[in-house]
Every structure is written in structure tokens, then in C-alpha cells.
Design a protein around this ligand. Structure first.
Ligand SMILES: [Cu+2]
Length: 447
């Protein structure tokens, strides 16, 4: 295996999940009980709830995530989710104590097929009550998971069982409907994907999925702040920020679907370069082709799901939220605007008191990445730089809801490994032809 940053990341998270598993084995209340005495429906699917495997399974590729294994029990698909606390890394340099399921935020993706009967055990290992709402899924009222309304809360230490038959297909989510503001802000969410029973008219070759979210992790703190309503500093795809978000790879000509859910506190206009994509589905399932829309940006509103599909064309293509503050990492809010301000005098004075102080921002903010990358300017502990990521031509200057779609002619079908940077055909890259600001005679609007 080639050693890459991504491999190292996966290795690091395996360590985290490994210790979570140890904790589970110790604390499982049913461990050591004689399970043969219990009625089948009360029996959890495994003595230990699943933790993230190294090899991902399932037809959907959950960005930076994984699919929850199930077991069959008399024709019923059984899953086991555990609500719990663990340490999560947003990107190297920023970790927090988060809440989620089975050791991860988002929790593992549940995948099933229309017509399946599913039984889902939910164990609460938090210190407060929770429930799970199956967002967008058609089911009996008592299985809807709204604490107090459709069921009693699941108290700490308890396991509840949900059971229903899937009567639809589409891209769905699960999340708590108990102390929602806190539990969502801490990272509790997951994808629930239901494949159609009969195959799809236009099949897809690659099927990616992720959830948009936001976290408020104040400098130097270890837990997201649930009271923040707007000024978030971590804008995430599946609880990761660029450059820690996986690239989505495909072979030229393949049909790619990206399923996007939104459980954040903002709507996000999601933009893909290089193609016009079709918006083909939502929690309402895959739409009839007559309803597909050709777009390059699609707003995914809070609580909504959108599926987009396109035919892959070779290149490295940016894929990001179009709200520019959402593609950048933690930044000071309400800072003075230094654009156009000559700060040399101030800098000299402050340097007298604070050696190494450096004024910045007179011409723009892009210099920020050079300062933070080189290490001579460092943010407070446990914060990420606002701009990060290196490409083949230099700094990418992004840090939040940003990743790339990498399409190659020579990628084998089913190969998801990162192919490196695109090698542009000769003569197809923008390049410098002058270094003179007075170059040429461009027309200017007369004043
Ligand atoms: Cu956004």
C-alpha cells in the first residue's frame, strides 16, 4: 500500500475506534447473559455493536465514513446503533469530543432495499436521554422516534428496538429527536439509504453520499458549542473539513451520483465544476426523468436531501459550497477590515511589545496560508488555519466544505484509490504570458 496522508488518517482513526471498541466490550450490559432465553426480537444482532471496519462495504461510498453491517434474522435485517461520545478529528490539528453512533460522526450509513423488513436496536451510552428519528422514512407513527410524542425517551443505558418495513426508496437520514439542539450540534446524525427493489433505469457506476453540517469549536476548547446559531467555524462534509475530506474519484464516462443531506444550520448551494449535473432525486426517491433538472449549483436546504448525477469527464474538478465563508476554516468573527490599510507603523509599534508580530490583510487574505503553512504564524491550540490544502500549482486556499472530483481515463472500474493530481494535456493549462501590470491595452469603462 502506498503511504499517503489518507492512509495515515485512516490508520489514526482506526486507533480511535479500536479504543472505543474496548470501552464497549467492558460496558455492554448484555455481555455474559444467556441470550438463548431471550425472545428473538429482544436479541441484539451482535454481542458487540459494529465498529468501523478497514474495508468499507455496501454499494454507497460514504465520504470518510462507513456502512453499518447487518445480520439476517428470520428474514429481518437487524442493525445495532450505539449513541455515544468519542474523540473526533475534523482535520489534522483539530479534534473534539463529539457525540455520534458506533464511534463515528456521522454514524455509519444504513443501507437496505425497498421491501426489506428492518429491526434496528438503539443503545444509549450517553449521559442523557435520546431517540432516533428516521428522517423521511414512511413508517408507523410509533416508530417515528420523536421523544415524548411517539415513544418514551431512551434513557442512559437502555436499548430500544425499532422495526418497520421499507415502503419506498431514496436518500434519507437518521438523527435524534431528543434535546435536538445539543445532540445535533455534537454530531449525532447518519445516512439511511434505501435502494429501489427493481434496478434503476439509468444505473450509476459510483454512488457517493455525505451530510452537510457545522460545528462551533471555540479556540482552545474540546467540545462543540451547541448555543451557536450562525457563526460556526467548522463547515463539514461528513464531519470533516478540507483537506481531510476524501476526493470522489471516477473513470471517464462513468455515471456518478452524489447524495447530499443537510443537517446544518444553513442552506448550502453546492457547486460542481466541469459538468452540468442532473438533479435526480431526494428523500422523495429517484425522480422520474421528466423531473430531472440540469444545474451546476443546487441548494440543499436544511433538512433536505438532494441527489445529483453526471457523466464523469477527465480532470480535477472543484466541488464545494458556494458560500465562500463555508469553504474556509475557522476565522475570527467581527475582526477589523484591514483591506487597503497601511499597517506598517502599527506593526513596528506592536513588534516592540510582541516580538514577531506581523500585520496582514492589506492586499487581501491569501497570504494567510503561507504564514500558517510555514509555521511562523500559528493559531490558538486546536484550531485549523482558515486556508489550507496544496494542489499541483500551489495553495488551494480553502478549508471547509470543499473537496475534489478526480476523473481519469485509466482508473479501473471499482478502484477508489486517489489517483494523484491530473496531468493536463499539452496546451490546456492557463499560463503566464507577461509580468507587466501595464501589459496590453484592455478597454476600460470611461469615467
Ligand atoms: Cu454553505
Amino acid at each position: 500500500m502506498k503511504i499517503s496522508r489518507r492512509n495515515i488518517l485512516i490508520g489514526a482513526s482506526a486507533g480511535v475506534f479500536g479504543s472505543a471498541a474496548t470501552g464497549l466490550a467492558r460496558g455492554q450490559s448484555h455481555e455474559g447473559h444467556d441470550m438463548s432465553q431471550m425472545p428473538a426480537t429482544d436479541m441484539p444482532p451482535a454481542t458487540k455493536p459494529a465498529i468501523r471496519p478497514r474495508q468499507r462495504s455496501g454499494k454507497v461510498r460514504t465520504l470518510n465514513g462507513w456502512t453499518l453491517p447487518h445480520r439476517m434474522n428470520n428474514g429481518v435485517k437487524e442493525f445495532h446503533l450505539v449513541a455515544e461520545e468519542f474523540e473526533h478529528e475534523f482535520a489534522p490539528g483539530s479534534k473534539a469530543i463529539c457525540w455520534g453512533y458506533n464511534g463515528s460522526t456521522p454514524g455509519p450509513t444504513i443501507e437496505a432495499v425497498e421491501g426489506d423488513r428492518v429491526r434496528i436496536f438503539v443503545t444509549n451510552r450517553l449521559r442523557e436521554a435520546t431517540t432516533i428519528h428516521w428522517h423521511g422514512i414512511l413508517l408507523p407513527s410509533g416508530m417515528d422516534g420523536v421523544g415524548g410524542l411517539s415513544q418514551p425517551q431512551i434513557k442512559p443505558g437502555e436499548t430500544f428496538v425499532y422495526e418497520f418495513t421499507l415502503r419506498q426508496h431514496g436518500t434519507h437520514m437518521y438523527h435524534p429527536h431528543a434535546d435536538e439542539m445539543v445532540q445535533l450540534a455534537m454530531g449525532m446524525m447518519g445516512l439511511f439509504i434505501i435502494h429501489p427493489k427493481v434496478g434503476e433505469v439509468t444505473p450509476v457506476d459510483r454512488d457517493y453520499a455525505f451530510i452537510l453540517h457545522n460545528f462551533a469549536l471555540h479556540p482552545g476548547t474540546r467540545r462543540p458549542d451547541p448555543s451557536i446559531m450562525q457563526d460556526f467555524d467548522l463547515w463539514t462534509f461528513n464531519s470533516k473539513t478540507f483537506p481531510a475530506i476524501d476526493s470522489m474519484v471516477a473513470r471517464s464516462g462513468e455515471r456518478v451520483r452524489i447524495r447530499i443531506g443537510n443537517l446544518s444550520m444553513w442552506n448550502h448551494p453546492i457547486h460542481l465544476h466541469g459538468v452540468q449535473f442532473d438533479v435526480t432525486g431526494s428523500d422523495g426517491g429517484r425522480w422520474p426523468q421528466s423531473r430531472w433538472r440540469s444545474e451546476v449549483t443546487e441548494i440543499v436546504g436544511v433538512g433536505q436531501m438532494r441527489d445529483i448525477e453526471f457523466t464523469a469527464v477527465p480532470g480535477d474538478w472543484a466541488f464545494h459550497c458556494h458560500m465562500s465563508h463555508h469553504t474556509m476554516g475557522p476565522m475570527g468573527h467581527d475582526i477589523p477590515n484591514t483591506l487597503g490599510v497601511d499597517q506598517r507603523g502599527v506593526e513596528a509599534k506592536i513588534r516592540g511589545m510582541l516580538p514577531g508580530y506581523m500585520a496582514m490583510g492589506e492586499a487581501g487574505m491569501a497570504e494567510h496560508q503561507d504564514h500558517t503553512d510555514s509555521g511562523h504564524m500559528q493559531g490558538p491550540p486546536n484550531t485549523l488555519p482558515m486556508m489550507a490544502g496544496k494542489g499541483p500549482f500551489g495553495n488551494i486556499e480553502m478549508g471547509g466544505m470543499f473537496t475534489t472530483v478526480k476523473v481519469r481515463d485509466d482508473l479501473a472500474p471499482g478502484d477508489y484509490s486517489d489517483p494523484g493530481w491530473y496531468r493536463n494535456p499539452e496546451g490546456t493549462v492557463a499560463h503566464r504570458i507577461s509580468g507587466d501590470p501595464a501589459f496590453g491595452s484592455p478597454p476600460r469603462r470611461p469615467r
